[in-house]
Every structure is written in C-alpha cells, then in structure tokens.
Design a protein around this ligand. Structure first.
Ligand code: NAP
Ligand code: MG
Length: 497
C-alpha cells in the first residue's frame, strides 16, 4: 500500500469534536432531542465522527428560520451585485480549503482522494462560480399586450427550498442544490445523507465565513424517514429538490401531491453505454471504465449496461477486464487508489447480493464478482471491480440499479438493436455512444431516451450543461439555465395606462 495522504490538522479537528452540530438560523446547535449518530469511515468500518441527529423538531426550527429570513426581506435586500460577490466568495473559500474538504470527503465517503481533490471539490467551487454569474442576469420580460396596459413579468424566487441529497457526491450535491437556489434569492434547508454529513457541515462554516446571513442556509443532518420526511411534509417549505433513489423519489412525489409543493427529482439510472465496432477501441475501454468504476460505480449515471457490437464483443470484454484488473483498489487516502470501498455496510450487502443474483442468472464474472478481503482491506466495504459477460438485458442485474463497481457487457447486432436494447429500461438518465461515424453518432444520440448522451466520452460535466432524467430517472433539469427555472417562478404584472 502506498503512503497515505497526510491528514490535515483541520481535518483532525473537524472529526474529533464530541458532536458535530447542525446549522440553524446562523447558529451551530445540538438536536432538540440531544440525539447523535455516528458516521463511519468506509475504508476501515470505524467510527469517523459523531453528528447531531436532526428530527422533526429540528427541521421545524430550520424551516421557520428559512421562512422568516425569506419573508422579512433580509436576504432579498442583498442586491444582485452583493449576492454575486457572496457566491464568488463561497467558491473561493471552497478552493482555499480544497485539501481539507477533499480529505474529509474521502474519509466520509471512501472515494479516492484523486477524485475528491480533482473532481468533486473543484466542481463544487465552479458550480458556485457559475451561478454567481447568473445572479445579475435573471430577467423578466415586457409582453406585447393591448396598448391600454403595460404588462411585464418578474422572475421571483420560489421561497423556502428543502433540499435532500445522497451520499455519492456529498459536497458537489450541496453545490448543485445551494448555488442556484441562492443565486435566485431563495432560502434553504438542506439535509445531507446520513452516511456522509461532514463536508456539508464544513461547507456551512464556510458559508458563514463568506457572510451568508443567518437563516438563509440551514443544514440539518439526520435520517431520511425522520428528518427527510419532516422536511418534505413541512408546510412552510415551498419546494423540494431531491437526488437519490427512484423509490424515495416516488414517495416524495406522492407525499407532495397533497400540498403541490414544487418538486424536482434526480433519481437512479441504468445507463446504456454503446460501443460500435468502428469506435476507437482503446478510448472506448477507457471511457467504459470511467463510466462504471468512477466513485466505485456509485454514480446515478454510471454506464452499467455496456452494449458491445457482436463482432467485437469478446475482444472488447477481455480488454476491459484486463485493464480493470490493473486498477488499484484500496483506501481512498492512498494516492494510488483508483477504486475505493463502497460507502457503507448496507451498500456492501446490497452490491454483493446483486453479484450472487447475477451469477445465479448465468452471468460470468471475467474479473471480480465478490467482496475484496485482501490484506488490509478486510474491515472496509470493498467489492472487487466486476466485469460480467453472458448478460441479457432482461436479467435482474441489467434492470436494477446496483450502485457498485459492476458492469454487464451485453452484445448487440446492429444500430437498431443497440437503440432498442438501450432504451429497454425503466430509467433514462444518461447514455454513451462510441463510434467514428458522425452520422451514426447523431442518429443514436437522438434515438436514445435519456437526459444526457455522451459521444466518444463519458461522465463529462459542466455547470452550464443541464442534467436530469427521462422516464423514472426523475424530472426537472439541474445546472445551466434550467436550474434558474427550477428555483424561480414567474409573476405577470398588469398596469392600466
Ligand atoms: P436514498 O434513500 O434515496 O437516499 C437519498 C437521500 O434521501 C438521503 O439523504 C436519505 O436520507 C433521504 N431519504 C431517504 N428516505 C427518505 C424519505 N422517506 N423522505 C425523505 N428523504 C429520504 O438512497 P440510499 O438508501 O442511500 O441508497 C439506495 C439506492 O439508491 C442506491 O443503491 C442507489 O441505487 C440509489 N441512489 C441513487 C443516487 C443518485 O445519485 N441518483 C444516490 C444515492 C443512492 P438518509 O441517507 O439519511 O437516510
Ligand atoms: Mg460516512
């Protein structure tokens, strides 16, 4: 094992507090119940930190603070230029504390430091920077109404936004949620995932340091059914933005039907990554690996159904397996690690359960197919990178989201077959296409029913580019100008002249 990244003293300080408190109305407070929960380091299975456990009462305090701060105009009085500078300052503070945040993220989630330091943390900063640009560019319109009237629109914030995020990209998801919401003038109650609350809480400190007024952002760690459920039901909350499983997304959809809260849902996926025989094979192998082993496969848009044109199928699968076998698995803090542990014991059981199901269904593991209990890894939640062949698109492992380092290689006959099989899924979050034929690339990109299609690349993101799902992958688009639509509403004002 390589030398671990040296932990910063700030990180030691952060995790060793007797209890990491929640942020409500600008103050760090304990849960009303006094309860706490443990967050675990998935590389070791050991307790990493103890965190205040928010519940209904805490959510109520947070929602009231956010409501008051929205309604009393405290936040609205920040003119756009000031709000823009504030968001830029948040971005700068994330960058300035990048090593610390990346270490915390790796400790809490398990992901390789390579990823947290070079992807998650800078992307979080860039998201704040991008939305800082929007603050001064959100316009209403004047409308061509009858000359007896002057009619114009105002683009106003939605109000209090309840934001519930998952554990796979803890800080980045905070940024995707908070940056556009704040740019548009909303106030927020954010609930991080129970598995990974730490970087959200550290971000809370940075928000206060940047000068975000009390009550504008409230951060309440806790569990889904209790804290999350209370947020979804709270009458003072105008909008829910959720990223997570399709199952919980549907529950939120049902729950909010009675109040018609605004809802945006970014849910699961079972994305097809389609490799044609005319593709640059080395690039496609690299892209397929990135598509499925990034963050140990715990990515909603992971390219888990790898469709390979029949005549290249065997050669491609072998190459993929050989290259994957060379990816180093280990603790995220080892700078050479490319695949870390899964986030939790629960995910470990879930993913290994799917591995067994796959084998029973007749899939063959070219590599992996089991937990990794190599020396030094026994206590962590490691699953070996797994390449399955002999998979049919109707098998359970090809239909359900596994959320682990597991890829199913599935052959296809021709373009039409690739599109039919690719679209034969309940999900529609993302897809990949690998070919040198430009026309084919365009045809397939149009034919695939998914919110994002990558051609000759995979997992490419930019704050300006919309992200979200077709079908059961959810609704609403985050990022780009689309998030401005999610976090504003339009008012039409009429004046008689
Ligand atoms: P999850 O339950 O959907 O968790 C996502 C967030 O929702 C967490 O903050 C969770 O809180 C919260 N939550 C859970 N139940 C809730 C409820 N009834 N009301 C309001 N909020 C609620 O996902 P998970 O259980 O962690 O993971 C299970 C599977 O979901 C994964 O294996 C994967 O397939 C999928 N998933 C998808 C994404 C994605 O990016 N689309 C992310 C994560 C997981 P707690 O964590 O505190 O309970
Ligand atoms: Mg943890």
């Amino acid at each position: 094992m390589g030398a671990a990244v040296q932990l910063q003293s700030a990180v030691e300080r952060f995790v060793s507090a007797p209890v990491r408190k929640m942020l409500i109305d600008g103050k760090w407070v304990e849960a009303a119940s006094g309860k706490t929960f443990e967050t675990i380091n998935p590389a070791t299975g050991q307790v990493l930190a103890r965190v205040a456990e928010g519940d209904k009462e805490d959510i109520d305090r947070a929602a009231r603070a956010a409501r008051r701060t929205f309604d009393d105009g405290r936040w609205a009085r920040f003119n756009p230029g000031e709000r823009q500078r504030l968001l830029l300052k948040i971005a700068d503070l994330i960058d300035a504390n990048g090593d610390e945040l990346a270490q915390l993220e790796t400790l809490d989630n398990g992901k390789p430091f390579m990823e947290s330091r070079h992807v998650d943390i800078p992307a979080a900063a860039e998201t704040f920077r991008y939305y800082a640009g929007w603050v001064t560019k959100i316009y209403g319109e004047t409308n061509p109404s009858d000359a007896a009237f002057f009619n114009f629109t105002l683009r106003e914030p939605v109000g209090v936004c309840g934001q519930i995020i998952p554990w796979n990209f803890p800080l980045l998801m905070c940024a995707w949620k908070l940056a556009p919401a704040l740019a548009c003038g909303n106030t927020c109650v954010l609930k991080p995932a129970e598995q990974t609350p730490l970087t959200a809480l550290r971000l809370g400190e940075l928000l206060l340091e940047a000068g975000v007024p009390a009550g504008v952002v409230n951060i309440v760690p806790g569990f889904g059914p209790t804290a999350g459920g209370a947020l979804v039901r709270h009458p003072m909350v105008d909008k829910i933005a959720f990223t997570g499983s399709t199952e919980v997304g549907k529950e939120i959809h049902r729950e909010t039907a009675s109040t018609l809260k605004r809802v945006s849902l970014e849910l699961g996926g079972k994305s097809p990554n389609i490799v044609f025989s005319d593709a640059d094979m080395d690039a496609a192998v690299q892209g397929a690996l990135l598509g499925v082993f990034f963050c140990a496969g715990q990515v909603c848009c992971a390219g888990t159904r790898l469709f390979v044109e029949q005549k290249t199928h065997d050669e491609f699968a072998d190459k993929l397996a050989k290259t994957a076998a060379g990816m180093k698995q280990g603790p995220g803090l080892d700078p050479e690690t490319r695949i870390g542990p899964l986030v939790s014991q629960e995910q470990l059981e879930r993913v290994t359960g799917y591995l067994e199901v796959g084998k029973k269904e007749g899939a063959k593991a070219l590599i992996g197919g089991e937990r990794n209990t190599a020396k030094g890894l026994e206590k962590g939640y490691y699953v070996k990178p797994t390449v399955f062949t002999g998979v049919r698109n109707d098998m359970k492992i090809a239909r359900e989201e596994i959320f682990g380092p597991v890829v199913s290689v599935i052959p296809f006959k021709d373009e039409n077959d690739a599109v039919l099989q690719g679209n034969d899924t309940a999900y529609g979050l993302a897809a990949g296409v690998w070919t040198r034929d430009v026309s084919k690339a365009h045809r397939v990109a149009r034919a695939i029913r998914a919110g994002t299609v990558w051609v000759n690349c995979y997992n490419v993101f930019d704050p300006s580019s919309p992200f979200g799902g077709y079908k059961e992958s959810g609704y609403g688009r985050e990022l780009g100008r689309y998030a401005v639509d999610l976090y504003t509403q339009v008012k039409s004002v009429w004046l008689q002249i």
